[in-house]
Design a protein around this ligand. Structure first.
Ligand code: GSH
Length: 207
């Protein structure tokens, strides 16, 4: 059986919930990150989640690879789209945007300024700029969602699931992020889904 390594409230929540959405026979292993003695270091040399160890022992990482891979195991669920379709490319477009422009581009400097400068006095400046850029990057998503319920093709896909996880990190940030009403609405409707509730519970994020 394959094993998916996750950490509570990390981006791995998207793959974790997807396993339940699709009813896949994948074992879930909860680990700590940013902890030197965490078992994740023996699994993924980068020490990051999500990390999927396949039955043959090979390792698959990166949200942009994992979410499509898992969704393709059950195409009939309709959470992704057929190979060669424009819909598939649009879903991949949003996965890429969320992973690069928003997650690593903005949340990483916001939460880990020490990775950008050893000089502690520069950290508040790095974080303030990252917060500003995060808002700018999310406005692009917010504008795209005007008049729409979902990111692509008016149906729930892995792009929405990933956006809901990233949007979950906005909750403690307050203004002006609370004004991103389309993103916040999408997050809440995805989080209400039974599969996502199950993942949130297992990660200890809801009672
Ligand atoms: N590019 C990776 C980023 C994964 C990532 O940064 N995961 C975070 C949790 S959200 C993590 O494991 N951080 C621990 C660390 O960087 O040491 C992906 O998209 O999967």
């Amino acid at each position: 059986m394959s094993t998916l390594y996750i950490a509570p409230s990390a981006c791995s929540l998207a793959s974790h919930a997807l396993v339940y959405e699709l009813g896949l026979p994948i074992q879930i292993e909860k680990v700590a990150v940013r902890t030197p003695d965490s078992p994740i270091h023996a699994v993924n040399p980068l020490g990051r989640v999500p990390a999927l160890v396949l039955e043959d022992g090979s390792l698959l990482t990166e949200n942009t690879a994992l979410l499509p891979y898992l969704a393709d195991l059950k195409p009939e669920a309709g959470l992704f789209a057929p190979v060669g379709s424009a819909e598939r490319a649009q879903i991949q477009r949003w996965l890429g945007y969320l992973a690069t422009e928003i997650h690593v581009g903005c949340f990483r400097p916001l939460r880990r300024p020490e990775r950008y400068s050893d000089e502690v006095s520069t950290h508040p400046g790095i974080q303030a700029k990252a917060r500003q850029q995060l808002h700018q990057a999310l406005l692009h998503v917010e504008q795209h969602l005007q008049g729409k319920t979902w990111l692509v093709a008016e149906r729930y896909t892995i792009a929405d699931l990933y956006l809901s996880v990233v949007a979950g990190w906005l909750l403690p940030l307050g203004e002006p992020f609370t004004e991103l009403t389309a993103i916040n609405r999408l997050r809440d409707s995805v989080r209400a889904r039974p599969a996502v509730q199950k993942a949130l519970k297992l990660e200890g994020l809801i009672p």
